[in-house]
Ligand binder design. Structure first.
Ligand code: EPS
Length: 387
């Protein structure tokens, strides 16, 4: 239903995105998108490149009079750094960095210069994704759905977040923190850990928790593998560069426990069916339960390290060491908004699929009629039957 493509190189003139399948009637402005783009540019440990760029989305199609028309939405984001690169004689790069797409890209496409892989594999591309996600987020807001994130670990430092703190407060606290961690003690330790990593000329990874609130039950489906929304979400999050692991709820902890300790018991609150816990992270059978969707994205320490790693110069065939390219030391704090964008895209797609229709006006009444986890929505025949 909903799909998007991006194009553009890290140091080329601009990034382009096309979002196809967004319904008519959603209020969207450049300012809405720029707010999210700005979040992607800050965070301790970010590349000096972020001081050069002032990401701004220019909407060039699909929005008229401040609202989506149902046509494909096109937008561009200029790379301000392009000025410094254009018309320059660029020294070829022939030593691939372990962990980046330099070598695999060259093997696949037969490049004779590794920059051709680097330019497109660069996480610069995620600016276009964040812009697309901002539009999806505006659509989801119309139905009260909110997506946020915060950092739960950087390197070996783990946040201890009081379970009493509600998600909206966690998002707000993360926005106040240079490392986007709502636990102020852990945030200080994370800051120190990033500083120590920079001094050691190294890079650092971490884990971000992404949460979607007020998602109705019944999105996605158990009936076919590729309709499991949990799988679509995990796939989308793992497509973010350097994101090497995705977890739904407490999946890895759950795997160490017995079933009675893991599953979210079903209780009654008046007519409503509620859950005692949310260890499943908001999914059962690949379908949303109506509880918060909780995901974790594990980011590896990025591949461009100031201290060299062993590699081979493809021009000479000699074993050598990598050369440093300007880069982030720890992009984990600014990765959250990218994970949020991918979550917003997948959830918007699932909601459009569920509701049908071409405009917000058609969808609003359908949303109000969605079946909920209430006894009155679930009439059971209670009679014997046979296959
Ligand atoms: C990146 C390397 C750095 C980062 C870049 C991702 O770029 P440069 O080589 O220009 O210093 O700044 O991220 C961005 C440009 C961005 O907007 O996030 C890489 O190698 O992936």
């Amino acid at each position: 239903m909903l799909r998007f493509l991006t194009a553009g190189e890290s140091h080329g003139p601009q990034l382009t995105a096309i979002l196809d399948g967004m319904v008519a009637g959603v209020a969207v402005s450049s300012a809405d998108i720029d707010r999210d783009l700005a979040k992607r540019q800050v965070g301790y440990g970010a590349s000096p490149r972020m001081k050069i760029e002032r990401d701004h989305a220019q909407i060039t199609g699909g929005v008229m009079g401040g609202h989506t028309t149902g046509a494909p939405i096109a937008l561009t984001i200029d790379n301000l750094d392009h000025e410094k690169w254009k018309d320059r004689d660029i020294a070829p790069m022939t030593v691939p960095r372990p962990g980046h797409a330099d070598l695999t890209g060259a093997i696949k496409y037969g490049y004779r210069e590794l920059r051709l892989a680097l330019e497109r594999a660069s996480a610069r591309e995620t600016a276009a994704r964040v812009a697309v996600g901002a539009i999806c987020r505006k659509y989801l807001h119309e139905f009260g759905i909110v997506i946020g994130s915060y950092v739960v670990s950087i390197g070996s430092v783990e946040a201890k977040i009081d379970s009493e703190i509600n998600y909206l407060d966690r998002f707000a606290q993360a926005d106040q923190s240079e490392v986007r961690c709502p636990d102020p003690i852990a945030a200080e330790q994370m800051h120190a850990e990033i500083r120590a990593t920079m001094e050691a000329k190294d890079t650092l990874g971490g884990i971000t928790e992404v949460v979607a609130l007020n998602v109705p039950p019944g999105l996605g489906s158990h009936v076919q593998w590729d309709r499991r929304l949990s799988a679509r979400l995990m796939g989308a999050l793992s497509s973010v560069p350097a994101m090497k692991g995705v977890e739904i709820g407490a999946a890895f902890e759950n795997a160490r426990q017995r079933g009675t300790q893991v599953h979210d018991e079903i209780l009654r609150e008046g007519d409503r069916l509620v859950r005692a816990t949310n260890r499943s992270g908001g999914f059962e059978g690949g379908i949303t339960t109506g509880e918060p969707i909780v995901l974790h994205g594990a980011m590896k320490p990025i591949a461009t390290t100031l201290n060299p790693l062993r590699s081979v110069d493809l021009a000479t065939g000699e074993e050598t060491h990598t050369n440093y390219e300007r880069s982030d030391f720890c992009p984990v704090p600014r990765a959250g908004v990218i994970l949020e964008a991918m979550t917003a895209f997948v959830l918007a797609d699932a909601l459009i699929e569920k509701l049908g229709g071409d405009s917000l006006a058609e969808m609003k009444p359908r949303f109000a009629q969605l079946r909920q986890a209430r006894l009155e929505d679930l009439s059971m025949d209670n009679v014997k039957w046979k296959f």
